[in-house]
Design a protein around this ligand. Structure first.
Ligand code: PHB
Length: 385
């Protein structure tokens, strides 16, 4: 009963906000502080870069970005902030979400308030099934892991150890890798799950080394955890022991790749975006991003923020400024965008993203570390559905 009354207020607030104005409000929930603060920085920078490049007036309405800090993996905080954005701020869209638990927590609010919700990073497959008002412009772990397992087998590897962060996207990566690799004839010789909060990578990595696999497949969230993992891999001498490192692009992500140092050279990863991607769209994106923040290199989360704003602009344009939840979802279903990462589409059935996945190797370009793409798997759907 309490729930019903609360959501009734949502409906009222949403109606008033729409009638109110000349402004389209985008409520962004992002990790702006704590261990994952880089997620929020990248996503908001990406969104701002799009707005800088395209102006902030669409169909005669001013686009306003309202950013709220979830502080990290904090479902209760995310939920409360989403309620505030809907009821107090009267937002037309919800967006952002670096971390999976925050996206899961907000899904019921998206449904009850009928708010189109754009996932700019969180990458557990199931997220888009939790509300018909969710569309994803980022990626899923299953989507980038399947090509990694295929590439590993193709390159002759047969015995691989998996290490993943112990939560939604890590579980998806672990399961997808095992399913794909064993179906082809490879063997997963060991599986480790590391905690999301303050993991001590040294002992984990040592266990992998002692079991002497040919390679290790890793997913941990981008940023500090990736740096921590790479440090342990280096210090424990896995490369010297001949254990190859394969990962999703989160581990060799552009925002931290320089901090990984030369120990990262040669790491093979699969992902949807590299700052080294060669295209006119990426060139324009890098230039727009640098105008917002010249100090950091944009990563896949910045592209998620940028493309998420592109999707929102298109909805506002097609609906001539009169944003309605159901109509917005109709526009989002099947929407195509020429992204800095390559062509992307929102699948009309699942509201999840279809995109190219690239196999990359860490190399030096002009003296700096980059993920250099060398193989493309076109138009990959989320295999986790
Ligand atoms: C997620 O929580 O879904 C997540 C976070 C960081 C990543 C990938 C996925 O790099």
């Amino acid at each position: 009963m309490k729930k019903f009354v609360m959501y009734g207020i949502f409906a009222l607030a949403a109606g008033q906000a729409c009638a109110a104005g000349d402004t389209i409000k985008v409520g962004m929930l992002a990790e702006m502080s704590g261990t994952f603060a880089d997620f929020g920085l990248q996503m908001t920078n990406g969104a701002k870069a799009y707005m800088k490049q395209h102006g902030d007036i669409v169909a005669g309405k001013k686009i306003e970005l309202i950013v709220k800090d979830t502080t990290g993996p904090a479902p209760d905080v995310a939920k409360r902030l989403a309620q505030e954005l809907v009821v107090k701020d009267g937002v037309d869209f919800l967006a952002g979400f670096g971390l999976t638990p925050n996206a899961f927590a907000v899904a019921p609010i998206s449904t009850e308030a009928k708010k189109p919700t754009i996932i700019m990073n969180a990458a557990t497959s199931a997220i888009t099934t939790k509300s018909p008002y969710i569309a994803r412009v980022s990626f899923t772990l299953a989507q980038v892991t399947e090509p990694m397992a295929q590439w590993a087998y193709k390159s002759g590897l047969r015995k691989i150890y998996t290490v993943v962060a112990d939560y939604g996207p890590g579980h998806d990566a672990e399961q997808t890798f095992k399913k794909t690799f064993t179906k082809l004839g490879g063997e997963v010789v060991g599986e480790l799950r590391v905690p999301l909060k303050n993991p001590e990578f040294g002992p984990f990595v040592q266990r992998v080394k002692d079991s002497k696999p040919q390679a290790i497949f890793v997913f941990v969230p981008a940023g500090e955890l990736a740096v921590g993992f790479m440090k342990a891999y280096d210090e424990r001498g896995l490369a010297k022991a001949g254990i190859k490192l394969l990962s999703t692009g989160d581990v060799t992500d552009d925002s931290v790749i320089d901090a990984l140092g030369d120990g990262a050279l040669g790491v093979i990863s699969t992902h949807q975006y590299s700052a080294a991607h060669v295209s006119p769209e990426n060139k324009a994106f890098l230039a727009a991003y640098a105008k917002v923040d010249a100090k950091t290199r944009p990563n896949f989360m910045a592209v998620g923020g940028y493309d998420g704003m592109a999707a929102i602009y298109e909805v506002v344009r097609q609906l001539k400024g009169n944003v309605d939840g159901d109509k917005a979802m109709q526009v989002l279903k099947g929407l195509k965008i020429n992204s800095p990462r390559g062509p992307i589409q929102i699948d009309a059935d699942t509201r999840d993203i279809v995109q190219n996945v690239y196999v990359r190797e860490v190399k030096k370009v002009d003296g700096k570390l980059y993920n250099v793409e060398f193989e493309t798997i076109n138009a990959v759907k989320d295999p986790g559905k």
